[in-house]
Design a protein. Structure first.
Lengths: 192, 192
């Protein structure tokens, strides 16, 4: 059953690449997992991104709109452009670290994956589902940060202060990417 | 072995209450778990809090200093007082939701606890450790938000804008507390 799930996940991944869904900073990593790991595969993943979100709170999905999304560093101008637009609730800038969902073929493998992930700075990782066909492990770094930019139509930061925030959020994005690189290397070195 | 661990956790909890460590918004909940649940107990917990942290990044522990901490709503004056002080790196305001570490006596109990936690808004929960003497489940809500207040000695927000942020962060704290209340009720209703 685990092998069938793996096969389906591989098909989805290949299709997503063709459509252009997959962010390019993580494609090589996922390829390596499917080609070289016999006990784990991935079902969803993101290498980290910066988003500008119009939402009452940054974690809300239902009423929120992702106004801008980029898996690389953003420029001050890109943010200023979004700030000019009207905002329904609040505008948040969010730097999200990498997140990956793995499926392990045993609890022992899941535990070893968790140990590797934590040693690479993915401290908030855990087993999120125990299924007969596989153990789902969420690997996630704590490099997540948000800052409120606008409350309704009130812009909170002047441009020079906003520049400080944008630079900082780009640094945070890159910190997440470097942890992802460490995880990639550690998993290749392991016997997972 | 699980029962021995439970006994130790209970002793620690009682001692922490005597010393005054435990935040009062969660004491009744933990008491109920020890008194009424036969398959789970808690080893650490926080009902949610607002902190002001001097740190390069909000998730950094090593070089960071918690300048201010409160498990209840904060006032604008309290924040302004901290803003006046010198800052080594950056000053962040952080609203953290509740976090609890449970120890379940079986995988089945852990999975049921996870389902209950998710239904009460603790979406980032997961099994973080599989030990012979118990399964450690981290129950955590996504109601975590930070905002940068100061970069070195540069204050980013004017007082009227800061007031907006403080009000919002208090709302976020209360949202976390209301999810904790829902979790408390759901666990009491369950047969865990």
């Amino acid at each position: 059953m685990w092998i069938r799930w793996r096969e389906e996940a591989w098909q989805t991944f290949v299709r997503d690449i063709e459509i252009g869904y997959v962010d390019r900073d993580i494609v090589r990593f996922i390829m390596d997992i499917f080609e070289k790991c016999r006990n784990i595969f991935t079902i969803s993943s993101c290498s980290g991104r910066i988003t500008l979100v119009d939402a009452p709170y940054p974690w809300v999905r239902k009423e929120s709109t992702v106004v801008f999304k980029k898996h690389e560093a953003v420029s001050l101008d890109e943010v200023l452009n979004v700030l000019k637009q009207r905002c329904a609730y609040r505008l948040w800038i969010i730097a999200s670290g990498p997140i990956m969902h793995f499926v392990a073929n045993s609890l022992d493998v899941a535990q070893r994956l968790l140990n590797i992930a934590r040693s690479c700075g993915f401290k908030h990782s855990g087993i999120i589902s125990l299924r007969r066909d596989g153990i789902v492990v969420e690997v996630i770094s704590g490099t997540w940060t948000s800052t409120l930019l606008k409350e309704g139509d009130t812009v909170l930061l002047e441009s020079d202060k906003l520049a400080i925030v944008v630079k900082l959020f780009n640094d945070i994005l890159l910190e997440g990417k470097s942890r992802l690189k460490a995880l990639h290397e550690a998993i290749l070195k392991s016997s997972l």
